[in-house]
Design a protein around this ligand. Sequence first.
Ligand code: APR
Ligand code: ZN
Length: 243
Amino acid sequence: MTGLLPCPIVILTGAGVSKESGLDTFRDRDGVWARVRLEDVATPEGFARDPALVQAFYNDRRRGLLDPSCLPNPAHEALARLEREWPDEVLIVTQNIDDLHERAGSRQLIHMHGELTKARCLDCGAVLDWRADLGESDGCPACATVGTLRPHIVWFGEIPLEMERIQDALSTCGLFLSIGTSGNVYPAAGFVRQARFEGAAHTVELNLEPSLGATLFEESLYGPASEVVPAYVERLLGAVAGR
Ligand code: APR
Ligand code: ZN
């Protein structure tokens, strides 16, 4: 416990936390899956069928992320502030492949679906920082093979990253927050059930609207992340300081 609050805190984030930074969500009306079939660009089969299409899809999203106008928003900043106030008590598990949590200052972070600013070599397995366009003429800096680099993204049907570390965190968390996710995709959508089963003292959903798992949360706050997340963090910090 830190002060009055049940720690450690595990925070699951989804695309909604980055929406106000200019990055599209997936299942809103204007979302990514309204424009492109996930089977074509977010599955190993799609990549095998047409690697150039998949590389172009992620190159476009990587350029959008690295555009100077794409910056962390007050929600990312509030979560980074929470970690600064309670070092070692806050872990973000993000489904997002952007680096806005890092740019806001969060350090205790797991990217369970991979990272847009990384590439992975199918030949030697190396995971490399990659901020340029990626294509079949690129060589792996680790093993020098050409044409074996793919986006370091977990596609549908693949195993999310660092699941053991996530399970450990859920087994001891006191407060579980879910921010900006629709609750459509497992295993992330099941984390709230697991946190409750493992004895979390409190579970809270912060979202624009009720997610599919809304009824599983003891508390919910609805509104744009850039408003509800700073307000909630302020409340948490105030509760401890007795403010
Ligand atoms: N503030 C807060 N929440 C928002 C905002 C906002 N400004 N805008 C949208 N949202 C909410 C939506 O209401 C929705 O519940 O964010 C959620 C986004 O849901 P999805 O688009 O389904 O994104 P996400 O839940 O992160 O998807 C999970 O699915 O396609 C895969 O790998 C992909 O990581 C992704 C996973
Ligand atoms: Zn290699």
